[in-house]
Design a protein around this ligand. Structure first.
Ligand code: ATP
Ligand code: MG
Length: 391
């Protein structure tokens, strides 16, 4: 009997049922992470569909049904449907005609097996019929899934020559699912490590941050370092830094703090803000991400002395970054939000200080004392103000 996709909250979504009606159940299958993760009983974040319809036909059908579509990867046959419950990436069945490791020239195909063959791993090439839920498995993905084995479709070396990013995808999926490693795949990744230099930095950054966002990527990063792969993407990581990643993960767990890829990346870099900024720029991170990475690199042992003072000046997120990275206790920040200084400039003027730089200076002095004393109440703030004005 054929395997079936189990029911999950997403398979019962009304907006997806409408999408199936619009495209036609016979013209489409669910594929990729949604199918794989549902078979494993995991939550599904984003949904991919494969279709025999060409992109123009997909766009036309969505338009007629009043569904917004975005031609996100039209060259590769991908159209994104914007539904109430989230985005769905709809990709026309394709075959890779030629590949140079960085980009593929594609041709649309009509055969599901051809489409499966161009995918990276057997567990990522499982298709589910949207109505019968029947699974189509052309390369033994079900068996690999039950053994939690990440296996390339075809020869690992060849598949990596077609698209070098698959090196990083291999390790990311291994960190997520893999129990058993495949020596051929490891050898191929090791031999072609240098080719990662030729990829667009955005694609590399996205994969690296997805790897670091997993529950426990330490063993995998360690393995990548041992094989000489990590240094190709992040030469700034030293031996000690790997240990810091391991301690950070343990500290996050002990404190009940969610994994965060930027903080994990900070653990893998030396505590030098200019290096962090350079890495952030190289990885094409946003300004906010770069600034956070550089703040994490600016950590000092003294940060642990007044965790609340640190959170008051940097914000809670950045304070937690620095404290966890230095192995300091973050419990003073539990159920605590930085308060607002209970004093306004106008009150200082009301005490006879002329409006201008003096007011700002007094306000700063009072604030510093208030922070140092652990944020006492208004009565104490008034007393501090009296002292400062009398000085
Ligand atoms: P997740 O979204 O949970 O990270 P996913 O498997 O859905 O995992 P996506 O990057 O969303 O990964 O890609 C969707 C599918 O497209 C994959 O399951 C795979 O079949 C195919 N795919 C994506 N990137 C590649 C690639 N570089 N080479 C071959 N196939 C790929
Ligand atoms: Mg996906």
């Amino acid at each position: 009997m054929a395997d079936l996709l189990p029911g999950a909250s997403w398979t019962r979504r009304a907006d997806l049922a409408q999408l199936v009606r619009v495209l036609g159940a016979e013209n489409m299958r669910w594929v990729g992470g949604a199918v794989r993760d549902t078979l494993l009983g995991l939550d599904v974040a984003d949904i991919d569909a494969a279709t025999t319809l060409e992109p123009e036909a997909v766009i036309a059908r969505l338009k007629d049904a009043g569904i917004t579509s975005v031609p996100t990867g039209i060259d590769h046959g991908t159209v994104t449907a914007v539904l109430d419950g989230g985005h769905v990436e709809i990709t026309t069945l394709r075959q890779d005609v030629s590949t140079d490791g960085r980009r593929a020239t594609v041709a649309f195909a009509s055969d599901w097996r051809d489409d499966a063959a161009r995918r990276d791993f057997t567990i990522n090439a499982l298709y589910a019929h949207p109505e019968t839920r029947e699974i189509s498995d052309y390369f033994g993905g079900m068996k690999d899934l039950s053994n939690r084995r990440v296996r390339f479709i075809g020869d690992a070396g060849e598949r990596i020559r077609e698209d070098h990013l698959r090196i990083l995808r291999y390790f990311r999926f291994h960190a997520r699912f893999g129990s058993e490693l495949d020596q051929d795949a490891l050898d191929a990744c090791e031999h072609q490590a240098e080719t990662l230099k030729g990829l667009s930095r955005e694609r590399v950054a996205k994969e690296v941050l997805s790897l670091l966002a997993l529950a426990d990527p330490y063993e995998t990063v360690h393995l990548m370092a041992r094989l000489g792969i990590w240094k190709v993407i992040l030469p700034e990581t030293g031996g000690k830094d790997l240990e810091r990643l391991q301690s950070l993960i343990a500290a996050e767990r002990a404190a009940g703090i969610a994994a965060d890829p930027i903080r994990r990346l900070a653990a893998l870099l030396p505590a030098l803000p200019p290096v962090a900024t350079e890495v952030g720029t190289r990885l094409r991170m946003s300004r906010a991400q770069r600034s956070r990475l550089s703040s994490a690199a600016d950590r000092k042992l003294a940060d642990a002395e007044n965790p609340r003072g640190l959170a008051y000046s940097l914000g809670k997120e950045r304070a937690i970054d620095r404290l966890l990275l230095t192995g300091a206790d973050i419990s003073p920040l539990n159920d605590w939000e930085p308060p607002v200084l209970p004093l306004k400039g106008g009150e200082i003027v009301a005490r006879g200080v002329g409006a201008g730089p003096d007011v700002a200076r007094i306000l700063q002095t009072v604030e510093a004392q208030w922070v140092a004393e652990g944020f006492p109440d208004r009565t104490r703030v008034e007393a501090i103000l009296d002292d400062v004005i009398a000085q």
